[in-house]
Design a protein around this ligand. Structure first.
Ligand SMILES: [Zn+2]
Length: 345
């Protein structure tokens, strides 16, 4: 009995230690279409600061609208650009609907998945100005009331969350905002950074008066710059979200040398950043301690394991000298202030 008692004590000490070690971590949870996999539509992620601030990035079509139970509180909405696979022209038809290669979706209507979730969750809209105007208008239509600028204070432009209603927290490229829980001295600082990518919204997501004049020439409506983000969390972790972009010199200079991210979420893709370029960006330009590939536009895993011959596998093989963590849907990864994964990887 004595040894059993000791075992229980040891287990509880180990448990306490483990809880203590994980207390100051940033939690990152991919919200993909299929539990435990990295699938064709996957790019959505939830970031949770140790203080409790929660940000959602590029909900896309793998989140089933505002009622998706995986979302929880969304204090801040981030969107890299307005293409349908990021803003969410469609939303998930339900948990694990369809296959990993071809998930089932339904239309998100004029609201878009981003607009629907922002309206329902009372989120701050932390986007480039032109996109923020677009999303704010969609949220106004849903809620039937005007969306005002977020209350802010101080040089770091602090906004206290949770909010009572959605609000605009827009910036131009390079602008910063900070989001803090009430009573906390620290929070999450968010900066937009350059992304080399087009940024238009397709006609099915536009009101009729805007849509009709664009039909004859097959145009979409431009909505300002695409962007990436730098997130600086209260434990010191700096994360670069690339958004869709080609490989570019800013990854070395502004992002790598100045912001020095310890963790990068890097969007792969045959039309934007193929594996060879993405690996060069990770290894030589950005140089963060860890990389999470995203936006691979394929069923990259089966049973949670990388599929042979996939684009993601090709990328992983080319990355040297740093960790690569797969964004398996629903698996929460925890990172310390230096980009080291402490749990869930
Ligand atoms: Zn995309």
């Amino acid at each position: 009995m004595k040894s059993v008692g000791m075992l229980i004590v040891c287990l509880s000490v180990a448990c306490t230690f483990a809880t203590g070690a994980a207390a100051n971590t940033v939690k990152i949870t991919p919200l993909g279409s299929h539990d435990g996999e990295f699938c064709n539509n996957d790019r959505a992620m939830v970031f949770e600061d140790p203080t409790g601030v929660r940000l959602v990035y590029d909900v896309g079509a793998s989140v089933a609208g505002a009622t998706d139970p995986r979302l929880g509180d969304v204090h801040v909405m981030l969107l890299s650009h307005a293409h349908g696979d990021h803003i969410g022209q469609n939303k998930a038809a339900g948990p694990n609907a369809g296959t990993c290669a071809r998930p089932d979706t339904v239309t998100a209507g004029l609201a878009t998945n981003t607009g629907e979730i922002t309206a329902a969750k009372n989120s701050a809209i932390m986007l480039g100005n032109d996109m923020a105007a677009l999303i704010a208008k969609k949220v106004e239509v849903i809620r039937g009331s005007a969306i005002v600028n977020c209350a802010e204070s101080g040089l770091s432009r602090d906004t206290v969350v949770p909010l009572q209603a959605p609000c605009r927290a827009d910036v131009q490229l390079g602008g910063k905002r900070t989001f803090k829980m009430a009573g906390q001295s620290k929070g999450v600082q968010v900066t937009t950074v350059y992304a080399e990518h087009s940024n238009n919204i397709r006609r099915p997501m536009l009101a009729e008066s805007a849509r009709v004049p664009l039909v004859a020439d097959d145009l979409a409506a431009y909505v300002g710059h695409a962007n990436g983000y730098i997130l600086v969390f209260s434990n010191g972790l700096r994360v670069y979200l690339s958004g869709d972009t080609s490989i570019m010199g800013e990854m070395k200079t502004i992002i790598g040398d100045f912001y020095k991210p310890q963790l990068t979420v890097l969007n792969l893709g045959a039309t934007t950043m193929p594996s060879e370029e993405a690996a060069y960006a990770a290894n030589t330009l950005l140089r963060s301690a860890a990389v999470i590939p995203s936006h691979a536009n394929e069923a990259a895993t089966e049973g949670g394991k990388l599929k042979a011959g996939s684009r993601t596998e090709e990328f992983v093989k080319l990355v040297k000298g740093r960790k690569v963590h797969l964004p398996l849907s629903g698996r929460t990864m925890e990172f310390d202030g230096k980009g080291k994964c402490m749990a869930g990887c």
